[in-house]
Design a protein around this ligand. Structure first.
Ligand SMILES: [Cu+2]
Length: 114
């Protein structure tokens, strides 16, 4: 009886915990080589150079919410709470200027070159 109880309890923990599926998909599908950290009201690195088709992950390390918004509005993370991340695939070559809508002085550039 005890073992059955523990099996059920363990199963409950597994099912009740954070689902492992999105996490696994997250790490396998996302190219984590390119990360822009949002820290102390700045994008770090401020300028990042990548290849077409690569993904950039933006991670908000501040206690404040931020956005990652293209100047030309071609992409927008919407509000990104503390410790949240947002990924964007840059399919085409070009220079993408972006900023934070909540703090417009926060600016960054993604340079996509072949
Ligand atoms: Cu901001």
């Amino acid at each position: 009886m005890r073992s059955a109880f523990w099996a059920a309890a363990t199963l409950g923990v597994v099912l009740g915990g954070s689902s492992p599926v999105p996490v696994a998909a997250d790490t396998s599908e996302v190219d984590t080589a390119h990360t822009v950290h949002i820290k102390d009201f700045a994008f770090v690195p401020k300028r990042l150079r990548i290849r077409p088709g690569e993904t950039v992950r933006f991670v908000n390390g501040d206690d404040e919410a931020h956005t990652v918004t293209a100047v030309d509005k071609s992409f927008d993370s919407a509000g990104l709470d503390s410790d949240r991340s947002w990924n964007h695939v840059f399919a085409k070559a070009g220079t993408y200027e972006y900023f934070c809508e909540l703090h417009p002085y926060m600016k960054g550039t993604i340079e996509v070159t072949r």
